[in-house]
Design a protein around this ligand. Structure first.
Ligand code: 1QQ
Length: 393
């Protein structure tokens, strides 16, 4: 007892360094997504998907008998909120890894903190160019728009071979939107189409009369939109209200059923490329089980952001199991900094079957994914509910 008190005194006085803390039991995994703000339209789906993963992993015995515990921190929709959530998870909740944040715009602000603290970050929905390049502790399970977005343009052209003139619109104050529009504009060129006007807006805009008037005057057959939540939905709505009759292609910001109430009946027929389909269950037992568990919990089919959040929790759990296997040590006997390093390395092995198909995180932190889809929004007569209906290629 006396020796212990002396040791404690020496640590408190900073004479000998404190032993690094071991990993808590249950194993804490941080979830830093937007539970409030208009980005919660996406974040809520992420929370739901992550919770289904936690329940299924723990019901199957956790990590060789040790349970995982998701630590949720709301990021809101901006950079400051993401930075704050990351700091709490790293320093207070002592998580082994962070899944988040929702937006690329937030990731470019918050991920460098985790990278510097050597805490693995797994992005569940950041699709801009340059996310894994933030640092060696940053990876993603969300396929970049460079791989996803061109599919929707090809499908638009297949459906309407007469398309020639294209209007491109994007949110200039958002990193994802600025990145996605570059991909779209390049794809327009590659497909031999002509971009006749590029219109910018802000994610906070609600009135798009100026942009829509220009688009209508430009006589285009296709409108391509890169924005976030309410902005994208209102833009689709106002294009239709003011009389645009041609095809609309939406980017990843329109990739959520939570957007349907924003544009209502006028969402109909918008094409969206997706990195997930709840219908792709025939050759994917993991997706089949996920869809069933999700439907049981939430009485609706899961959408992309839920499936990607599930996949993120799944790859962390599998990497934790790999660390135990390779080291012959229980996760809870590791010191936290060592575990975080080992986990970061173990994440970059694969492939593994997830709800979004077989994926691997490459040594660079980039995802390797094979299956992508294009869906058309079909709205119910009530004008608020609808579905993404797969369009076969
Ligand atoms: C990003 C995105 C958003 C649209 C996800 C919600 O893809 O910010 O990278």
């Amino acid at each position: 007892m006396k020796r212990l008190a002396t040791a404690l005194l020496l640590v408190l006085c900073g004479i000998v360094p404190a032993r690094a803390q071991t990993v808590a039991d249950p194993i804490p995994i941080g979830i830093a997504v937007a539970q409030t703000s208009n980005i919660a339209l996406f974040g809520q789906e992420q929370v739901n998907g992550a919770k289904v993963a936690e329940a299924r992993i723990n019901a199957a015995g956790g990590i060789n008998g040790t349970k995982i515990a998701l630590a949720f921190q709301d990021t809101g929709g901006d950079e400051a909120g993401a930075v704050n959530a990351f700091q709490n998870l790293i320093n207070r909740d002592k998580v082994v890894a962070i899944i988040g944040p929702t937006l690329s715009q937030q990731a470019f602000a918050a991920d460098p903190l985790a990278n510097q603290a050597k805490v693995p970050v797994i992005a569940p929905s950041n699709t801009a160019k340059g996310i894994p390049q933030i640092g060696p502790f940053v990876s993603r399970v969300s396929a970049p728009m460079t791989q996803v977005a061109p599919h929707s343009l090809k499908q638009a052209l297949r459906q309407n071979p007469g398309i020639k003139r294209v209007a491109v619109l994007y949110a200039q104050n958002d990193a994802f939107s600025a990145s996605e529009t570059e991909v779209f504009q390049q794809a327009v060129k590659d497909l031999g189409l002509e971009t006749v006007t590029v219109q910018k807006f802000q994610t906070t805009d609600t009135d798009f009369t100026t942009q829509v008037t220009t688009v209508l005057g430009a006589n285009v057959d296709l409108v391509v939109i890169s924005g976030l939540a309410a902005d994208s939905g209102n833009l689709v709505k106002q294009l239709r209200q003011l009389g645009y009759k041609g095809q609309i292609v939406g980017g990843n910001g329109l990739n959520s059923p939570n957007m349907f109430p924003v544009c209502g009946a006028l969402c109909a027929d918008t094409l969206v490329a997706q990195a997930y389909s709840p219908a792709a269950v025939e050759h994917n037992p993991v997706n089949k089980a996920f869809v069933a568990a999700f439907e049981q919990a939430y009485k609706k089919a899961p959408a992309q952001f839920s499936a990607q959040a599930y996949a993120a929790v799944q790859v962390v759990a599998e990497a934790l199991a790999k660390v135990e296997r390779d080291s012959g040590k229980k996760i809870t006997s590791f010191e936290l900094p060592q575990l975080r390093e080992a986990l970061n390395a173990a994440l970059r092995t694969g492939p593994t079957l997830t709800p979004v198909g077989e994926i691997a995180i490459l040594p660079s932190g980039e995802i390797d994914q094979k299956d992508f889809y294009v869906s058309k929004i079909v709205m119910q007569p009530d004008g608020t509910t609808g579905a993404f209906v797969l369009v076969t290629e």
